[in-house]
Structure formats: C-alpha cells, structure tokens
Design a protein around this ligand. Structure first.
Ligand code: DUC
Ligand code: ZN
Ligand code: ZN
Ligand code: ZN
Length: 488
C-alpha cells in the first residue's frame, strides 16, 4: 500500500555520517535504515543505486503570501511550497508579520494562509514595533504558539525599523523566554539618506538600489547588533548575510567566543550586483532585494565562509514579485518591491556552487541545507536527519544527471527567475514529504492541506545573570564602592 516505502541501495547521507543503506518508511515516519532490508510485495520500492539519499532541505528564510511595499508576493503557501518540493525542500520557516503591531492577529492571519500547505512549515515572528503588549504577546507566542525566534529590523525606516533601545528590550525579552533573536542588519537611517541622495543625483534606476545601501551599512548594523546581543549575553542569528563586511563581523565575534549564527542566502552566494546595472529595467529589477546582492568577490567570500564554518546554514529570503509589480519602481528604485526567488532553486544551486566546485562534501551539504537549520530551531532529529523515528522527508539526488533553471518550467508562480538559464550537474529526482512521494519523473503531486505546522520549543538557559563578562561590574553595583564624604 502507499503508506509503505522502501528506498533501496542508495548512499544515505546525514550531516555527520554516510553509508550505503536501504531506508524503510511507514506512515510518514522512517522506521529503519539498514544495509539490507527485505519487504513484502505491498511495499513501493524506489531504486536509489548510485544516488544520494538525503534529508529534505529546510529553508530557514522565506516570505510566502507576504504583504509588503504596497503589494503582495505572488507565491502563496501552496504555490511556494509546491515549488520548494520540486526543488528538494520539504520544510520552510516563514516570517509571521504582526498586524498593526498585534502578534496574535498576525499569527492568526498566517495560520489561515498556511491552511493550504502541501509541506511542513514553521514560523519565526517579526517584531515591527515595541510596547508592553508586544512584550507580553512574545511570551504567549513562545509558550503557546510554537515560536522560538523573533526577527528585529534595523532597516526600513518609518515602517519596520526599531531603534537601539527597543532592540535591547527585545533581545532581553528573547533571552528571558529562551527564544533566538534575529536581525535584519542594515543601518536604516543611513539607507534612508543614501536613497534620498541617489534620487537627488538623478540615479532613479535599479543601480541606485545598490549605491544607496552599500555593504558598509550592513557591516555597521551587524557589528552593532552583535555588540548589543553581547551586552545582554544572548545568542544572535543574523539573517541574509550578503557582504564580506557583515561576515567578518560574525567571524570576529565567533572567534571571541560569542554565540552568533550567520545565514547567507543563495542569491548572495551565487550572484553579484552587476545585474542591477543591466540596461533593461525589467531584468535589473528582478535582482532588487535587501540587503542588496553585492559586488563580485562577496559571493566567493561568503562561499568560503560557509565551507569553513564561519557561516552555518543557507536560506533564500524567497519573496517574489512579478514584472508588473517590480515595474512600480520604473521611475524610482525605492518603489521596486524588494525580493528574489530561491525556494525552488536553493538545493540545486548550492549543490552546484559548493559540492560540484569541490568546496564541501556531501555530508556538509546536508548539514548546511537541512540539519543545521533543524538543530538551530530545536526540531532535530524529527527534521534534518535520516534516522529511525525521523519524519520521512527525503530526497534522492542523482549526481550524474543535470538540472536546468528556467521560468518556463519552474513551479513558482513568478513570471521570471534570477537563475534563468543556469544549469549544472546534480539533479533531485525524487522528493518524499511526510512519507508521500510528491516529486518523481519530473512530476509534481503537491496536495493542499497535507502540510503540518511544526511547533518549535524554546531553549533553556540555566545561567540567569545579565552578562557573565560583566559579573564583577554587577557585583560592584550590588556593593557600591564606599568613598569618604568630601569635607571641602
Ligand atoms: N528583504 C527582501 O528583499 N525582501 C523581504 C524582506 C527583506 O528584508
Ligand atoms: Zn513511485
Ligand atoms: Zn530582512
Ligand atoms: Zn526576509
């Protein structure tokens, strides 16, 4: 029957081990991983000889059905996830956006949007303003709604941006709840000034997007966020690390012992900003996202950082707008909706630029695209592993077959693709999500309503002080230095 599945003879790859083995699945759960498993006639058998059998990808950073910059992304929770499945990703973590500052209202809206899901998903929560109510709702989200991470925006002045004092409040709240603080790190005030300056100079095209918010502003905000997180002694997750500037701040902090996680996204690893200078507006506008895709050199440096452990996992920031929506900014780059595709291409492109290029092993590939995400967000080993008891989210990759990307045949509803024409070796031939074969023979069988919400539990920090390093300073506050009264 269809709820039993045997994957035979493949190389089973986990983040820390690989072996040739069979994988037996029953009712959506991996039951056994052994060199030889024999089964009855009622089991559907997939031959994986000569291929890699790996945990499905987990995309830690997406925006489906996101209302942003006066419009809404064209991929919703069904179309974006269907695209993901065709590209070997079996779970994603999206960002709940509060409604008028209400986390509860935002959560309920996303709960509704996600009802049509065809693969498992989790949520981060964006924090777009700060007050006592938000602080109380954060606790509710962690204790009752399965959220263990909150994103703060240091950019988007006048909209999502919050100031340093509130950022500190947010970081402290995260720490007290056992949740992970995340930041969009760009200096929002400087970006605003940079944009004004470009328009004043008459640079209204997509290249103005890159010129107005250079890497130095990403480096500054990343450094600031890192120091503020250090001050309250809480771990920090930096989303969409796009530049050497930001990456080096993360490297420095990690070297000094600070718990900072850096997430590059595929566009930043695989592309450079020259596209923003393309003479055709429609082509250039496809590549507008924030922080911007950087100059040549940043891409390779980010790849190297990923291969050496300075950065830990790969996301996409999949947030897609059609050409007609991108055209809102035809006379002013500030009105081009920010966002690029990637949820469907991530696994193939990362395989191509990291594994095929010889920079990482296949086990590393599994770690960077799946396992590390599961571990960071506390859902390992249910997700991110091919082990007995894990969810049967499995892909089969043929290293000798080829992939090719084109908007003509991709599964996203987007009418363009930033990886148009890209091809390479390594093709995901089969995707199994929750024990269902949803992608096989280039055929997609995504079923709305089959995806489940994956609750993410908070972390425990037993140490309850404000800051270990400042312990002597704190004890001096508890017992202030006694000084003789001046008699002068
Ligand atoms: N950057 C984007 O490009 N899109 C969505 C939000 C963000 O920070
Ligand atoms: Zn089959
Ligand atoms: Zn962001
Ligand atoms: Zn994002």
């Amino acid at each position: 029957s269809s709820n039993k599945l045997l994957i035979k003879g493949g190389t089973v790859v986990n983040a820390h081990h690989q072996q040739i083995a069979d994988v037996y699945v029953e009712d959506g759960i991996i039951v056994a991983v052994n060199p030889t498993i024999t089964v009855g006639d009622d089991v559907h058998v997939i031959d994986a000889t000569g291929k890699f059998v790996m945990p499905g990808g987990i995309d830690p950073h997406t925006h489906l059905e996101f209302e942003f910059m006066n419009t809404v992304t064209v991929d919703n929770f069904f179309s974006g996830q269907a695209a993901a499945l065709a590209g070997g990703t079996t779970m994603h973590i999206d960002f709940v956006i509060p409604i008028n500052g209400s986390l509860t209202a935002g959560f309920e809206a996303y709960e509704k949007k996600a009802k049509k899901s065809c693969m498992d998903y989790g949520f981060h929560m964006a924090i777009t303003k700060w007050d006592e109510t938000v602080s109380r709702e954060m606790e509710l989200m962690v204790k009752e709604k399965g959220i263990n991470s909150f994103k703060f925006f240091m950019a988007y002045k006048g909209a999502l941006m919050i100031s340093d004092d509130l950022l500190l409040e947010g970081f402290k709240k995260c720490k007290s709840l056992g949740a992970l603080a995340m930041v969009h790190a760009e200096n929002g005030d400087a970006v605003y000034e940079g944009q004004r300056k470009m328009i004043e100079l008459g640079i209204t095209g997509p290249e103005g997007h890159a010129l107005s918010r250079p890497a130095v502003l990403e480096g500054e905000a990343t450094a600031r966020a890192i120091r503020l997180a250090d001050f309250v002694n809480t771990p920090l997750y930096v989303v969409h690390v796009m530049s050497i500037d930001a990456m080096e701040e993360i490297a420095k902090a990690r070297k000094s012992g600070q718990r900072v996680i850096g997430e590059p996204v595929v566009s930043g690893l695989a592309l450079d900003e020259s596209w923003l200078w393309h003479p055709d507006f429609e082509t250039a506008a496809k590549y507008v996202m924030s922080p911007p895709i950087r100059k040549q050199g940043h891409d390779k440096a980010l790849q190297a950082a990923l291969s050496t452990g300075v950065l830990q996992l790969v996301g996409t920031d999949h947030c897609v707008f059609n050409s007609t929506q991108k055209a809102f900014g035809i006379d002013d780059f500030r009105k081009i909706p920010n966002g690029v595709n990637g949820i469907e291409e991530r696994m193939h492109v990362v395989w191509d630029i990291m594994v095929e290029s010889g920079q990482i092993s296949v086990t590393d590939f599994v770690r960077l695209t799946s396992t590390e995400c599961a571990r960071i967000f506390n859902i390992y080993p249910r997700k991110g592993a091919i082990l007995p008891g894990s969810d049967a989210d499995i892909i089969i990759l043929n290293p000798n077959s080829s992939f090719e990307v084109t908007a003509k045949s991709h599964h996203s509803r987007l009418d363009t693709n930033i990886y148009e024409g890209r091809r390479g070796k390594g093709k995901i031939e089969v995707t199994i999500a929750g024990g269902r074969v949803v992608w096989e023979n280039n055929e997609l069988k995504a079923v709305p309503g089959t995806g489940r919400y994956i609750q993410m539990e908070p972390f425990s920090y037993v140490f309850d002080g404000l800051d270990k390093k400042d312990a002597s300073y704190l004890s001096s506050l508890q017992a202030p230095v006694k000084r003789a009264k001046s008699t002068a």
